[in-house]
Write a protein that binds this ligand. Structure first.
Ligand code: ADP
Length: 387
């Protein structure tokens, strides 16, 4: 048995899971939230022990030291028991196609990509550097969110803009949520007993994305250069004509305002004033017309992506729902799958309501699956395989 720590470092948070491999048992998990603020909070959960406390975690190093101290006192005999740490790294550019052992050169590569993922890569790198200090004997591995989408062919990843500019600036579709899509893809293929299945995977959480899968590989994806395109999300717009941004720039809006507008104030929040789908559904059921329209608009966009990817794949064997909304909202699944008989998609209302793993109706040509995602487990698996 080998113990692997999975670390997901954000700008002001750190989430972790400690797993025993190859059994995949979760030994401990937790998070430190609001790092750097006076009201930072740490939550830790082991097999026999829990801890929730407020603390003064000025930086990631202090936070990880506390996690390491708790792990050593309550869960492990010594920190050396952790053989490897799998780090979530959001952007791997065109360079990283696989999980990668972290070296000085790899850290430089992650740094070079700061411009492409300014909110995520600096925090991810900080997590790596802190982990190297706190667990100096562990093998450090980077697992990139973009890696799974490196199989997307050029006809799908290239934008029709001047080639020279695109190549010089690295402007292309990179894709995100790759670790989730990769995990769900494998679970679905195993379930279907068909590694060659043509699938559309819908990752519907706060962030939302669709991936077209052929022969177990990502061949197209709805998020692009950044995490803004495609489906309507909690606070992000999804597809929008770029001329809207040019128009607003000309009107005097600043870059920061446009960024906040697209990333933080749009999507379901912009349409309804709420970003949490449970609240939107509650209001819709009480007769709120804005929430009704937002749900229609959102699921109409998802349908268009399913149609586009079914055409791109020249067929569809399975439609797969995952993440917070995909796994839990029977209403969203029902709206997405209604009036889709043309594509051979029909669901059984009772199976959908129960959230069974297969929810298609008997006459459906396409199998419709609900598969919980597990990014931490995928990172642990990839780290374990590499070491
Ligand atoms: P993240 O992208 O932050 O990982 P999640 O995958 O946890 O997000 O998804 C969060 C979303 O899932 C929220 O919009 C939340 O309202 C929605 N959600 C969670 N549970 C339910 C539920 N039972 N019904 C409808 N929506 C749900």
């Amino acid at each position: 048995m080998q113990k692997i720590l999975v670390l997901n470092s954000g700008s002001s948070s750190m989430k972790f899971q400690l797993l025993a491999m190859p059994s995949e048992k979760v030994i401990a998990s937790g998070m430190v939230d609001r790092i750097g603020q006076a009201d930072a909070l740490i939550k830790l959960k082991g097999e026999n022990d829990q801890l929730t406390e407020k603390g003064d975690f000025k930086n990631h190093q202090i936070a990880l030291n506390k996690v390491a101290q708790w792990l050593t006192e309550d869960v492990l005999k010594s920190p050396e028991e952790i053989v490897a740490i799998g780090h979530r790294v959001v952007h791997g550019g065109s360079h990283f196609k696989e999980p990668t052992l972290i070296t000085g050169a790899v850290k430089s590569n992650i740094k070079e990509l700061f411009g492409l993922a300014p909110l995520h890569n600096p925090a991810n790198l900080e997590g790596i550097e802190v982990a190297e200090k706190v667990f100096p004997n562990a093998i450090q591995v980077a697992v990139f969110d973009t890696a799974f989408h490196q199989s997307i062919p050029e006809k799908a990843f290239r934008y029709a803009i001047p080639k020279k500019l695109a190549d010089e600036e690295g402007i292309r579709l990179y894709g995100f949520h790759g670790t989730s899509h990769q995990y769900v893809n494998r679970q679905a293929a195993d379930h279907l007993k068909n590694p060659a299945a043509k699938m559309v995977i819908l990752h519907l959480g706060n962030g939302c994305s669709a991936t077209a899968i052929q022969d177990g590989q990502s061949v197209d994806h709805s998020l692009g250069f950044g995490p803004l395109s495609g489906l309507v999300m909690g606070t992000r717009s999804g597809d929008i004509d770029p001329s809207v941004m040019l128009y607003l720039l000309k009107k005097g809006y600043l870059e920061k305002e446009l960024s906040d507008f697209l990333n933080k104030q749009s999507g379901m929040l912009g349409l309804t004033g709420e970003s949490d789908l449970r609240e939107i559904i509650r209001k819709y059921e009480a007769g709120d017309q804005e929430c009704k329209l937002a749900l229609e608009l959102n699921t109409y966009r998802i349908k268009k992506y399913i149609g586009a990817y079914a055409a791109a794949l020249n067929g569809l064997d399975a439609l797969v729902f995952t993440a917070g909304i995909g796994e839990n909202s029977a209403l969203i699944r029902e709206l997405v799958c209604s009036e889709m008989e043309f594509l051979g998609i029909a669901i059984d209302p009772s199976k959908n309501e129960k959230g069974e793993i297969e929810i298609q109706a008997d006459e459906s040509k396409v199998r419709v699956l609900v598969i919980p995602t597990n990014e931490e487990l995928e990172i642990a698996r990839q780290t374990y395989q590499l070491i």
